[in-house]
Ligand binder design. Sequence first.
Ligand code: G6P
Ligand code: MN
Length: 451
Amino acid sequence: MRLTILGGGGFRVPLVYGALLRDHGEGRITEVRLYDVEPRRLTAVARVLADRAAGVADAPAVTVTTDLDEALRGTDFVFSAIRVGGLAGRADDERVALAEGVLGQETVGAGGIAYGLRTVPVAREIARRVAALAPGAWVINFTNPAGLVTEAMAEVLGGRVIGICDSPVGLGRRVARVLGLDPASARPDYVGLNHLGWLRGLYVAGRDELPRLFADPALLGSFEEGRLFGAEWLTTLGAVPNEYLHYYYFNRETVHAYRTAERTRGAFLREQQAAFYAESGAREELPPGAAGAAWHRTLAEREATYMAANRDAAGMGEREEADLESGGYEKVALALMRAIAHDERATLILNVRNRGTLPELDAEAVVEVVCAVDANGATPLAADPLPAHAVGLVTAVKAVERQVLRAASSGERADAVAAFALHPLVDSVAVARRLVDGYVAAHPGLGYLRG
Ligand code: G6P
Ligand code: MN
């Protein structure tokens, strides 16, 4: 069984490979093919993988390539985790938005729209190459903005592309932990779009345990989302929002935190990651273990500083120890692959086409909901209706995503302006117009916008 990773020189690839190394079961992945546009990134990551594989007898073989067609031909699974424009592009997304006083986060608000506008054309082209060269393959999309990019790829691949994100998993795990439940046997009621969803229930043996959390304000304020939003706001909502909703519910505060931070997240990562790739992708030989050690060190710092501006805005200090260990990202990916490959039924929160799950959205709209997975792919499970406030946000943001998809097809500037202008976190059409100008000037990848 072969897995192709697009963005194979990406920093999280060793997490995925680590999960594969722990899988000794029948039908497991035996070959990993890494594709990237930058050879040095491939060199660095291949070295980390080799360090991680040391001493594992049945470690999956690793090959690298900068040829997309070669990467895809005849493969069984594709993980797509690309970053069009790199981290420099992410930092520019933030900078241009902040200059207009709006949020430039990579997935939320103006930044997410800019990132989507330059990623969608690339994602569509990849989907077409997959359809031509590996028509039986399943594509697992991690590329952000994950819901939008999955929807773009689904135009070509239908149900063969499934989007994943680890933030709902992390949320479910934290809530289970404070309630003293085993996260593996607790079944979440989670619904929304990617980075725009709410945990409304947590079921164990058919019983909803979430009311226990809401009955205890001290418990409610004791974990990441509780401290971020405050117990009082969670009580008002009657649900626990995804951490990315902090950018909506506390927009003014998060924009302020981004503006006053020494560096934005993108700018910090641009420098941090450049140092890692320079060291680990160096031309000269490295001593065994050196790349692996540099990667671990860099990962620990990246995890510890995740959403630091939001935590500053909420005045909540450091992340909890248990939240620092990764696990979500690669575990969902592996669980999804195994369920499909072995026809082992699993229940996972995934980005798939709506098909009637949320009646406010059409059948093709990609939503992030609880799904049943087996050899036929992922099918959304029936969900209770969204409350009115959530309908408002979900339908508004989906309309924005549709504008992004339209702009990427038409190349019309007016379509791009509409995407920004219709976003709930962009407060003026005039701002939207200036954002388009700023992003087109900053990103060569947006040269296709005309008019
Ligand atoms: C979470 C989000 C992902 C995001 C990741 C890394 O897991 O769900 O979408 O890519 O964090 O964030 P960072 O700021 O470290 O790039
Ligand atoms: Mn995510």
